[in-house]
Design a protein around this ligand. Structure first.
Ligand SMILES: [Zn+2]
Length: 451
């Protein structure tokens, strides 16, 4: 752990922000350090992939120790979110600083601690784990890059039996968590134009159509009186593992909800957050209160962020929202509804040998049974890897936790979570290799010719 912690500090001290306007040198530097750490851990093949429209990707390989051992692909990213306003940080974002139980720095949880956990697992096995390993560490995940289009175009390189995506973490510190679902995401912009220009509200208010009121009436139809989404055609199902989710009390703490406020919606939290839809108004164009004149508003616009069931088709889900809004006629006035980007969710196949091995490994590492959860975050890369290696089982677990403040000021990682993640990865490859051998599920067997 001392060695891993020192390497994490080195990596987190590099401001590898791959957003426009940020210098490219630190991104390269982080790439080179990750490659060097893998080489030092005994990985025999470490390559740099230069693909168009993205930062260099670290690609590394450890061949399977025996012909019938499975191959596990490990994914992560070495770039980080911009730090944002430095005044909101309690220590400089790129000077890793001790906090109780951990370290604070931008990107230290998302996703550098998880990269270090991969390195730790490899070190434990002297670079020769009992499975074949492929490592893919990209460098422009946070800004978004063309990389997600690449794996399906080069399936040979990404061929594997299981994928571990350590770009996630636990429901809470100390709780091992396997993320088995990601909601899909879609954007919709809705716009109302009623007048050529603002009109004196004393002279015209009451008969001149108010664009902002029309928009607000339309938006108010998105939820029912309980706060449940009221848009027909969006899938909502009970979350199977509801007993494993967090309690309302924990959720309140996590979200820092003001005292005494009810949480919107009915049903379990799992159903509201993971296996049901959410519509959030994320932006609104309207006159600002401080500069408002006494005028009827001629134009208003809102951007909606839709999250939907992991298995619902993105176009179908987005269409449901678009149709609902187009059908609204507040005061007899129609709205202009423009669909934006949409991306699918993901639901992991559970119950296979890699899933079983992961459950055993997580229990061993954290000392308690793992909770299967979903997450509202979308990851285009998850779908891309699933498309490139359709037979592979996908597993999401890692050293972040729900209170690590990823993407926010004062991001931190707990060393206990990092340690448990290293142990979990090491136990996972051990269990998976053993299960593979015992089950006769080697590459020959999986072809359908029997084991
Ligand atoms: Zn991440």
């Amino acid at each position: 752990m001392d060695g891993l912690q020192a390497d994490l500090v080195r990596l987190a001290a590099i401001p590898s922000v791959a957003f426009p306007g940020h210098p490219p040198e630190p991104v390269r530097e982080a790439h080179d350090l990750v490659a060097a750490l893998l080489r030092d851990a005994g990985v025999p093949v470490v390559e740099r992939l230069d693909l168009p429209d993205t930062a260099p990707v670290v690609y590394a390989e450890v061949p399977p120790p025996e012909p019938d051992a499975p191959t596990v692909l490990l994914y992560g990213h070495y770039d980080v979110q911009p730090a944002g306003d430095p005044a909101l940080w309690r220590s400089p974002p790129f000077e890793p600083t001790p906090v109780p139980g951990g370290l604070r720095a931008r990107g230290i949880a998302d996703d550098k601690a998880n990269l270090i956990a991969y390195v730790g697992m490899l070190r434990l096995y002297g670079g020769r784990p009992p499975v074949g390993v492929k490592l893919v560490v990209e460098g422009q995940e946070e800004y978004g890059s063309a990389f997600a289009g690449y794996p399906p175009a080069d399936p040979q390189r990404f061929a594997c039996d299981a994928v571990v995506i350590a770009d996630v973490g636990g429901l809470r510190p100390g709780t091992p968590t396997l993320t088995t679902g990601l909601r899909g995401t879609a954007e919709v912009v809705v716009e109302v134009r009623t007048l050529a220009e603002p009109l004196h509200s004393g002279e015209f208010g009451g008969a001149a159509p108010d664009a902002l009121l029309v928009l607000l009436h339309a938006l108010s139809t998105l939820h029912d009186a309980n706060g449940d989404v009221a848009v027909p055609g969006l899938r909502r199902e009970p979350w199977q593992e509801q007993e494993a989710g967090c309690t309302e009390e924990e959720f309140r703490d996590l979200a820092a909800v003001h005292d005494g406020l009810p949480l919107p919606g009915t049903g379990t939290l799992g159903e509201r957050l993971w296996s049901g839809p959410a519509v959030t108004v994320v932006g609104l164009d309207a006159p600002a209160v401080d500069h408002a004149s006494s005028s009827v508003v001629p134009y208003a616009r809102a951007r909606l962020d839709l999250r939907f069931h992991p298995q619902q088709d993105p176009v179908e889900a987005q269409d449901a929202l678009v149709r609902h809004l187009r059908a609204q006629r507040p005061f007899g006035i129609a709205l202009t509804v423009v669909p934006g980007a949409a991306g699918p969710g993901f639901e992991a196949r559970t119950g296979g040998p890699a899933y079983r091995a992961a459950l055993t490994a997580l229990k061993e590492a954290w000392g308690t049974a793992a909770s299967p959860v979903a997450s509202g975050g979308s990851m285009p890369l998850v779908r891309a890897l699933a498309a490139a290696a359709p037979q592979a089982e996908l597993l999401l677990f890692g050293a972040q936790d729900s209170m690590c403040k990823a993407h926010a000021p004062n991001e931190r990682v707990l060393l206990s979570e990092l340690r448990s993640t290293v142990v979990a990865m090491a136990a996972f490859v051990r269990e998976y290799a053993a299960d593979y051998r015992a089950g006769g599920l080697g590459p020959a067997g999986r072809g359908g010719s029997g084991g």
